[in-house]
Each structure stands twice: as C-alpha cells, then as structure tokens.
Design a protein. Structure first.
Ligand code: ATP
Ligand code: MG
Length: 379
C-alpha cells in the first residue's frame, strides 16, 4: 500500500475553496440546474448572475445543503459534503428578506449562531461587539429588528452570518429589497468586509451591475446552464455567446448573413447594400460557414458617429440618419437608422457635444472590427 502523505495546507486565505461538480437538479420536468460545474478559489468573491428562474438559488441551496442534488457533488474546503447536513457545513448565509428573529434584540440575533455552537458567554459578548463594529452598528445591540431601517437590518443579518467567522459566506440577493443608493453603499461594505475576513463568498444577484462591481469572477447562468465564467472585464469584452453579450451591459444586435471570415475577422451582410465587419468571439470559436445566419453584437459606446465624410481605413462604416437623441447625464444615446430600417444605438459622451447633431441629420456610423462580435443566430 502507498503511504499517505499529509498535505501541507496551501491556502493562505482563511476562506474555503468550493467545487461544484456536474450538478443537476430536477423538479419533475423542470431542470432547475442542468450540468453546472464551478471551481471557486479560497477567498474568492464569485457572483452567480442570471435572469429570474435561471437556477441561481437552487445552486446556492445545494451548496448550503438545503437542497439535495439530483446528480453531482459539492466539495467545501476539499471535503465532499454532498451528504453532510447544512449545520455541519460551516457556512454563513444572508438572504434577500431579512431573516432576523423579530422577537430578539440585535445582540441576541447576532449571538444566536454562537449559542448554537456553545461558545462561552463572555466570549459571545466580545464577538457580538466585534461583529457590530465590523458592520458599523456599534451601539445598536439593544434595539429590536423593527426599530431598524432596511439597510440596518441587512447589516445585522450580515453580522450574524460572519460572527463565527465561517470560511464560506453564501448570499442570495442580500440587497434586493434596498434602494439604489443604499445598495451601492452596502455593496462596498460587503466587499471590504470580505477582504478583511478573507472568506470565500458566493453571491447571487440578477443585477449585472452589482455582479460586475463586486465580484472577482462572475458565473452567468441561463436556464440552469452555465453560459460563461470569468472576470467582469472578460465577460464584458469577450462575451462567449449572444446571451452573455445581451445580459451583461448594453448591446446592439444586428442580424445578417456571414459572407466570409479571415484571420478572425468576418464580413457580414445586414442588407443588400449594407456590409459590416466583426470579430469572432475568440480564437477557439468554432468556424462559421459562409451563408450562416449570424448576429453581430456591438456595444453602444464603441459605435462612433461623425458627419458624413471619408471613412477611416480600419473601420467598418456605413451611413445613417439620426432618429432620436436621448440625454442620460454623462452620455447621450443616439439612435441612428441605417439602410433597410436597421437601427443602431451609439452612446456618445456628453462632453463630445452630440447636441450639434439634429434629428434627421445624415451621419457616418463606424466601429473597429475587433469591437464587434459575430455569433451564430439563435434558433
Ligand atoms: N421547490 C421547487 N419546486 C419546483 N420547481 C422549483 C422549485 N424551486 C425552484 N424551482 C424551479 O427551478 C428553476 C430555478 O429556480 P431558482 O429559484 O433556482 O431560480 P433563480 O435563478 O434563483 O431565480 P430568481 O432570480 O427569480 O430568484 C425555476 O424554473 C423554478 O421555478
Ligand atoms: Mg433566487
């Protein structure tokens, strides 16, 4: 028999790595989760992003142990926990609706997980105090939940989740019930807190902005399937498919037929006399055959507008007519009609004075081929 060598711990972070291996979860006919694998690093902040019903909560509940997978496994800290009950997985959880005990004071709410773990009384007082300070609610211990604002209640829920320093924190839309400003503030606070604690965080949201600002990596889900996992920048700059391009950030989609591809750059006919250029999503992308129905995706801020004149040599360009100009503070959305009634939106920084263009003006529309992506058309 081979001697078993003790492995020295490699992680310097107190966070636990999490592996989800080929997870399936069916409710009757519904495949809530359809073959998802995730490899979350120790101390990483991973966002699970997707529209309603895409399987985010189901994945989180399976990691927590409140749901049993139909197939697949979950490992926390390298330990197989698929059959371990939730209370023995050492996880802190925060949900969308503040699940505070309404009849208990803030102090007692936060002390609860420590009582469950039979931590000595003197120690409990000290740790509750420290947790309250971490969420910036020192002095609130004696209040009852109904005497707190929504944001304060959510911070108490956070304090309760972190008070026993779990190596893994699971959060399901914890800021969903709060207004935009408070959300933004608490997003930063949670992020700072996570860095301080070093815990691994898996954070469910359907808000792409929240996912992009908070997470080290984002996993995009759609109909129970993982569409792409990557850094916010990779998701935004190199969406793996048209769903991700559509869900993360704003995108123009232009439907057409592929004419040819060469060195990763394709020409696409949108109409009889309207041909544009766009890049393949990445070098490994399966080849698209000439004649295939495709969609070209281009971000509004990458679309350039100019008065009609000679086009830049590297650019794909076409002429259009300004249909609408929508002021939005830092930028102005300009909707331009191209040939065949195809419309495209360009987002122009306000300081570039798009107000010098008027509805009905003829404009030159262009973009760099590498800023646009070509995807197979959805069936
Ligand atoms: N207990 C259940 N019984 C039957 N179907 C369920 C159950 N729980 C979830 N589902 C279904 O599984 C799918 C995924 O649900 P899930 O709650 O994971 O989605 P979600 O991404 O969290 O959505 P939301 O953003 O609305 O919270 C949905 O189609 C849902 O209707
Ligand atoms: Mg959910």
């Amino acid at each position: 028999m081979q001697p078993v060598l003790a492995q020295p711990p490699v992680a310097t972070s107190p966070g636990a790595p999490v592996q989800v291996v080929d997870l399936f979860k069916a409710y009757g006919e519904v495949r809530a989760v359809d073959g998802v694998s995730l490899d979350v690093r120790a101390g990483e902040f991973l966002a699970l992003l997707g529209p309603s019903g895409s399987g985010k909560t189901t994945i989180l509940m399976t990691i927590a142990g409140f749901e049993q997978p139909t197939r697949g496994d979950v490992l926390i800290g390298g330990r197989l926990v698929t059959n371990v009950p939730p209370n023995r997985r050492d996880i802190g959880m925060v949900f969308q609706r503040y699940a505070l005990f309404p009849h208990m004071s803030v102090h007692d709410n936060i002390a609860y997980p420590l009582l469950m773990r039979r931590v000595p009384r003197a120690e409990i007082g000290r740790r509750v105090q420290a947790a309250l300070e971490l969420v910036r609610l020192a002095g609130y211990g004696r209040r009852m939940p109904h005497q707190l604002s929504g944001g304060e209640q959510q911070r108490v829920a956070l304090a309760r989740a972190i008070v026993y320093r779990p190596p893994l924190l699971l959060m399901d839309e914890p800021l969903g019930a709060l207004d935009k400003k408070l959300r933004a503030q608490l997003q930063l606070e949670i992020k700072h807190l996570q860095r301080q604690l070093g815990a691994t965080v898996i954070y469910v949201t359907h808000d792409q902005e929240e996912a992009l600002t908070m997470a080290d990596r984002v996993a995009v889900l759609h109909r129970g399937r993982l569409q792409q996992i990557g850094t916010p920048e990779a998701l935004y700059e190199q969406p793996a498919n048209s769903f991700v391009a559509d869900f993360v950030g704003e995108t123009n989609f232009l439907d057409g037929r592929l004419l040819a591809c060469r060195d990763g750059v394709c020409t696409v006919a949108l109409a009889a006399d309207l041909t544009v250029r766009a890049a393949l999503p990445d070098a490994t992308y399966p080849a698209l055959a000439p004649g295939a129905a495709v969609r070209v995706a281009i971000r509004p801020e990458r679309v350039r507008l100019a008065r009609l004149g000679p086009a830049a040599a590297e650019a794909t360009s076409c002429s259009g007519v300004l249909l609408e100009r929508i002021y939005a503070g830092p930028s102005v959305a300009c909707v331009v009609r191209l040939a065949n009634d195809i419309t495209i939106t360009a987002r122009v920084p306000s300081d570039q004075d798009p107000s010098r263009w008027f509805v009905g003006d003829p404009l030159l529309v262009s973009w760099r081929a590498e800023d646009a992506r070509v995807y197979p058309a959805e069936r």
